[in-house]
Structure formats: C-alpha cells, structure tokens
Design a protein around this ligand. Structure first.
Ligand code: GDP
Length: 304
C-alpha cells in the first residue's frame, strides 16, 4: 500500500519532487474554440510567473494529425522551481461531425505514457522527455443548461487516462444564481454518468493530528470539492480596482469582474489546487494510477 500523502507535508515534498525529478508539471486544456482557453493560460502565467516573457515559447505541432500547442514556462518561488508545460488543443469539437473528436486528445495522452515507458525500458533508464499529462482542464460552455453528449463522452474517456478537472468557461457570462444551478446540474450529470473527476483527497483516520477531519487542510479540501466544477474567468488586462490598485479583471459598464477575487470566480482556487496544494497529488496519481494502468494494459496486450 502507498503511504498516505500528508497534505501538511506538501511544501517539503513538493520541494523534493521539484529538485529530484527536475520538477515538471504538464497541464492539458481542452474544450471548444472560443471558450477562453488561451486567455486562461495567459492569465495563469501572468498571475503566477514573475518573468514570463523570456520563458514562454510555443511549439507547434508535435503530431500532424492534431493541432497541439505546447507552451512552456518556469514557475519560480524561493528555493523552488517548476517547469510548467501547457498543452493546448485548438480545434477540438469544432467540426459539424464530432464523432470521436476526443481521439486526438486520448492519443496524445497515451503517446506520452508510451514514450515514457520506452525511455524507462532503456538500459540506463534516463528519461529525457516526459510530457505525461498531470491534469486535464475540460472547459464547459457556459450555457446554463447542461452538458452536451460530446462533453460527456470526452470527459468519460479523458477520466480513464488522466486527472480530469472540469471547469465552467467564461463564468462571468452567467449570473451568480445561474452559475449555482449550472454547477449543480453538471455535478449531477458527472455523478449519473460515473465520470471520474479529480477530487482532493479527503483522508480520514490518518495518523497525523493535523489531518483530522476538522483540520484546516481537510476543510480546504472540502471547500474545493464543493466549488467543483470551478467557475473560471480569464483576462489579460489590468484595471484600477477603485482603490488605486491594478487588478487582473474583465471590465463591464457596471464594474469589474476580478479574476483573483474569490467572490467573483474560482480562478484562485483552481490555480492553488493545480500549482500549490494538490500539485504533488496530481503528479503522484499520474505516476501511480494512470501511468501504471497504461503500462499494465500495454504489457498484457503485448503478451496476448
Ligand atoms: P480559445 O479559443 O478557447 O483559446 O479562446 P480565447 O482565449 O481565444 O478567447 C475567445 C474570446 O473569449 C476572446 O475574445 C476572449 O477575450 C474572450 N474570453 C476569454 N476568456 C473569457 C472570460 O473568462 N469571460 C469572457 N466574458 N470572455 C472571455
């Protein structure tokens, strides 16, 4: 059995992983065009990276059948540096016939597992290239109604391969009440369709006192779970918040939607989950669950 990952130990372990493995985190974003994926990535980098421009590059494409962009950046904090790869998948779901539109996404995830497996099988096991996807953000159109069959099918398949995190795109286009209704509808569908989304681990019965069900870490995890699917707003512009402070926001005649304001959207929660609190869980579950599943299936398939 794997030892439980103590949330309270995360900063240290995160530091260790970052150093020992050369620290790299790969995030895939997918969803129809125009849902704000590119804007979200830029917002994430803009609000996280200090020197983003020098470190951000764009590679296209690595595979001919899919439009896949890889954006690389380096996240630096004191004593800590993490390479962040963002896989953007423009063109998903844009066709009239979206039969199997998920296939290129699944292929990309599988190819990365495959490439890692091959490298591991080399005599010296020196892995040079690792783009295994640690988390997939699936952007849901803010219709307020429900999920489309394509959303359901794609999320189902993605969730068997990687840590799936559904998000409501452009959530500023819904009223607070519409958003709550939309969120609960989506949660119902996810449950009814048995789509396995990534959920912050709620470990109970742990040996550590500070991981008791009432600890701040558990309370934080519960709050995150209640917020899912995260309502996302992206922007590349800053505006004066009325108190002389420039904030990343979207401007409306009636005021600002502030990206980093928890009462306006869930951007901060999502960013914290991805790059801070559950970074290690995302990396470890990719390694121990998704990659191992892939490897086992491949090895079994190879023997038959
Ligand atoms: P992509 O095709 O998914 O990469 O979408 P883009 O990032 O190119 O965004 C498409 C359009 O939506 C642009 O005009 C953006 O300014 C706008 N947009 C992006 N994010 C948001 C958001 O959170 N809210 C609103 N209202 N518009 C957004």
């Amino acid at each position: 059995a794997q030892p439980p990952v103590g949330v309270s130990n995360l900063p240290n372990q995160r530091y260790k992983i970052a150093n020992e493995r050369g620290g790299s985190f790969t995030l895939m974003v997918c969803g129809e065009s125009g849902l704000g994926k590119t804007t979200f990535i830029n917002t994430l980098f803009q609000t996280t990276l200090k020197h983003q421009d020098a470190q951000q590059r764009r590679y296209t494409p690595i595979k001919k059948t899919v439009d896949i962009d890889i954006i690389r950046a380096i996240l630096e904090e004191k004593n800590f540096s993490l390479r962040v790869n963002v896989i953007d998948t423009p063109g998903f779901g844009d066709n009239v016939n979206n039969n199997k539109a998920w296939q290129p996404l699944i292929d990309f995830i599988d190819d990365q597992h495959d490439s890692y497996m091959r490298q591991e099988q080399q005599p010296y096991r020196k892995v040079k290239f690792d783009l295994r996807v640690h988390a997939v953000l699936y952007f849901i159109k803010p219709t307020g109604h429900g999920l489309k069959p394509l959303d359901i099918e794609t999320m189902k398949r993605l969730s068997t391969r990687a840590n799936l995190i559904p998000v409501i795109a452009k959530s500023d286009t819904l009223t607070a009440q519409e958003l709550q209704v939309f969120k609960s509808r989506i949660r119902q569908v996810i449950e009814a369709q048995e789509i396995r989304i990534f959920t912050p681990p709620l470990e109970t019965g742990s040996v550590k006192d500070d991981e008791s069900p009432d600890s701040p870490a558990m309370e934080h995890a519960r709050q995150l779970i209640e917020s899912m699917p995260f309502a996302v707003v992206g922007s590349e512009n800053k505006y004066d918040n009325g108190q002389g402070t420039p904030v990343v926001a979207r401007q409306y005649p009636w005021g600002l939607v502030e990206i980093e304001n928890d009462s306006h959207c869930d951007f901060r929660k999502l960013r914290g989950l991805l790059l801070r609190t559950y970074l290690l869980d995302l990396i470890l579950t990719t390694e121990e669950l998704h990659y191992e599943t892939y490897r086992r299936l491949r090895l079994e398939g190879g023997n038959s």
